[in-house]
Design a protein around this ligand. Structure first.
Ligand code: NI
Length: 507
C-alpha cells in the first residue's frame, strides 16, 4: 500500500524510523543466524512486525523430540491477530518446505484481512496454526498441521490439515508414495480400505457426500498426500467440505497398522514391541478411530487463551431472579458423545433439546429413548443434513417428513420443533415446514474449534436470559466441555429449559 510522504516530516522522525529499521533488520538477521546454525539456547524470543506494523513475537523452544525445535509466532494485533506454531529441524530443505507453507498461509491471511478492512475497518479475523508430532518406531516423524482461520465476524471460517514428513537422520522427507514403494496395486488396496473405513465411521453417518467421497478416495497418490504414520495406525486426512459436510470438520480416517502393515515398505513395517520408542509427552499421539476428530491440537497458545477468564461469583441468586437458557444439540445422536452429554445433563438436572438427523436416529434408536426418559425435547434436523434452500419443495418435504416419522416411530412422541441445517431458510422452506423453525442466538462454533475450554468462553461471552445455545452432540470436545458450561450457568442463575418451554414462557 502506498502512503503519502509528508513533506514537513521532521528529521528526527527520519532518524527514529531508520533506527527502528536497523534494529528490526538486526533482529531478523539474528533470528536467521541462530536458527541456521542451530546454536540457540533452549529458549529465545524476538520481535518483528507484520506488514501492517503490528508487533510479532517469535519464540523458539526445544521440543521433547531430539533435533526438533518449536517456533511460535504471535501477533496480538486487534483486528488481524494470529498464533502460529511450527517445527524446525537441523535440515534446511525440510525447514524451507514448512516455512514456505507457513508464510503462504500467513501472507494470504494478512492480505485478506487488509482487503476486509477496506470494506469495514472494524472487521476482526483470527488465524491459528498448530501442529502435532507423530513419531514412528522407524525414527521418522509426521508433523500434522491444523490451520484454522476466520476472516470476519460473520464468517464461519475454515480449517485445513496439512502434513509434513521427515526422516531426522537423513533430512529427507517422505510421501505416501514412499510408504507404499510407489506400487499402484497397494494404492488401490489403500483406497478400498479407506472407503470401507469411511462407510463404517459413526461420526460421518448422515454427513457424507457420496459422489465426492468416491472421487476424493480414488487410487491417486495426491488424494492421500495428507497422512501420518504411527506405530498403531496410518492416518489419512481429508480436506474440510470434500467427502463430508463442513459440520464434521476435516475428516480423519485411521487405519490400524495390522490392516496396512503388509503394504508398507520394510522401513515402515511395525517392529516387535521391544524396540518401541518411548513417546515424549508433548503433542498428543496414538490416535485411535474413537479419539479421532478431537485430537488435541491445542498446543498453540490461541489469542483467546491470552485473555484471562475472570473468576465468577459462586453464590446462585435467589429463585425469583432466575433466568432461562435453552441448550440445543444438533446433528446427533451419537452412541458415545450423546450418552456422555445425557449423563452430564442428568447430573445437573438440566433439560435440553436435541435436533436430530433422521438418518442417525435410524442407526441409534435406543439413544432417542434415553432422551425421552430423561425429559428432553426431540427436534427435527432433516434426514441428510441438506441445505434446504437448494432443494425443491418435494425434496424438502421428504427430508422433513421422513425425519419426523422415524423420531415419532422410535420415541412414540410427536416432534414439535424443526431446525434447518446451517440455519438456511427461504420462503419455500418456510411453507413446507409445518413445525416452528428454531434457530439460535449463541453459536458456540464447537464443531470448528473442538476445544472444551472454548465452549465455556463463548457461552460466557454471549449468553443472556432467554438464549438458545447451539452445540453439536457429535463432538467429544463438546461433551467434555459441557460440565463447566452447566456449572457456570447454574451459578449465574440460569435454569435449563427445552426450546418448547422457553417459547411458552417468553412474553
Ligand atoms: Ni446441523
Amino acid at each position: 500500500m502506498k502512503r503519502k510522504r509528508q513533506k514537513s516530516r521532521s528529521i528526527w522522525i527520519d532518524i527514529t524510523f531508520s533506527i527502528a529499521i536497523i534494529l528490526l533488520t538486526m533482529s531478523a538477521i539474528y533470528l536467521i543466524f541462530m536458527t541456521e546454525i542451530g546454536l540457540s539456547t533452549s529458549k529465545s524470543s524476538t520481535k518483528e512486525t507484520t506488514g501492517a506494523g503490528a508487533p510479532v513475537e517469535t519464540e523458539q523452544i526445544d521440543s521433547n523430540y531430539p533435533g526438533i525445535k518449536i517456533i511460535t509466532k504471535t501477533s496480538n494485533d486487534k483486528r488481524a491477530p494470529f498464533a502460529i506454531q511450527y517445527p524446525q529441524s537441523i535440515h534446511n530443505e525440510f525447514n524451507m518446505e514448512v516455512k514456505n507453507y507457513i508464510d503462504h498461509v500467513q501472507t494470504t491471511y494478512l492480505a485478506t484481512m487488509m482487503e476486509e478492512h477496506q470494506i469495514d475497518e472494524k472487521t476482526t479475523g483470527e488465524l491459528n496454526i498448530s501442529y502435532e508430532t507423530l513419531p514412528h518406531v522407524s525414527g521418522n516423524y509426521s508433523f500434522v498441521f491444523l490451520n484454522s482461520s476466520i476472516f470476519s465476524d460473520k464468517d464461519v471460517g475454515k480449517m485445513e490439515i496439512r502434513s509434513f514428513h521427515l526422516n531426522p537422520e537423513t533430512g529427507e522427507s517422505f510421501s505416501i508414495r514412499d510408504l507404499f514403494e510407489g506400487d499402484f496395486l497397494r494404492l488401490q488396496t489403500l483406497s478400498s480400505l479407506v472407503r470401507l473405513a469411511i462407510q463404517n465411521d459413526d461420526s460421518l453417518k448422515g454427513h457424507l457426500f457420496q459422489q465426492e467421497m468416491e472421487r476424493f478416495t480414488e487410487p491417486l497418490w495426491m488424494n492421500y498426500r495428507n497422512f501420518a504414520i504411527t506405530d498403531d495406525a496410518l492416518i489419512i486426512y481429508f480436506d474440510e467440505n470434500t467427502i463430508a459436510d463442513r459440520i464434521v470438520g476435516p475428516p480423519i480416517i485411521s487405519l490400524s497398522s495390522d490392516l496396512v502393515q503388509d503394504l508398507l515398505a520394510s522401513e515402515f513395517k511395525p517392529k516387535d514391541n521391544d524396540d518401541a520408542i518411548e513417546i515424549p509427552d508433548i503433542g498428543s499421539v496414538g490416535v485411535s478411530t474413537e479419539e479421532k476428530g478431537d485430537k488435541n491440537f491445542g498446543e498453540t497458545p490461541t489469542h483467546s487463551d491470552a485473555i484471562n477468564d475472570e473468576q465468577t461469583e459462586t453464590t446462585p441468586p435467589a429463585k425469583t431472579e432466575r433466568k432461562k437458557v435453552a441448550l440445543t444439540f444438533d446433528d446427533g445422536p451419537d452412541p458415545k458423545v450423546t450418552r456422555q452429554i445425557l449423563e452430564t445433563l442428568q447430573k445437573h438436572n438440566a433439560k435440553a433439546t436435541f435436533f436430530m438427523l433422521g438418518s442417525r436416529v435410524e442407526y441409534y434408536p435406543d439413544i432417542v429413548n434415553e432422551m425421552i426418559e430423561a425429559g428432553h425435547e426431540l427436534g427435527n434436523h432433516t434426514w441428510t443434513h441438506a441445505d434446504l434452500t437448494k432443494l425443491g419443495p418435494e425434496r424438502i418435504a421428504k427430508e422433513i417428513e421422513k425425519t419426523s416419522a422415524i423420531i415419532e416411530e422410535v420415541s412414540g412422541q410427536k416432534v414439535e420443533a424443526f431446525r434447518p441445517p446451517y440455519g438456511a431458510v427461504n420462503t419455500t422452506v418456510h411453507n413446507m415446514t409445518g413445525l416452528p423453525i428454531i434457530l439460535w442466538d449463541v453459536d458456540t462454533l464447537d464443531w470448528k474449534y473442538r476445544d472444551p475450554a472454548r465452549l465455556l468462553r463463548v457461552v460466557k461471552e454471549h449468553v443472556k436470559d432467554g438464549s438458545i445455545v447451539l452445540m453439536h452432540d457429535i463432538h467429544q470436545s463438546t461433551a467434555d466441555g459441557l460440565e463447566s458450561v452447566l456449572t457456570y450457568l447454574k451459578n449465574e442463575g440460569y435454569d435449563f429449559v427445552t426450546v418448547a418451554e422457553l417459547e411458552n414462557t417468553s412474553p
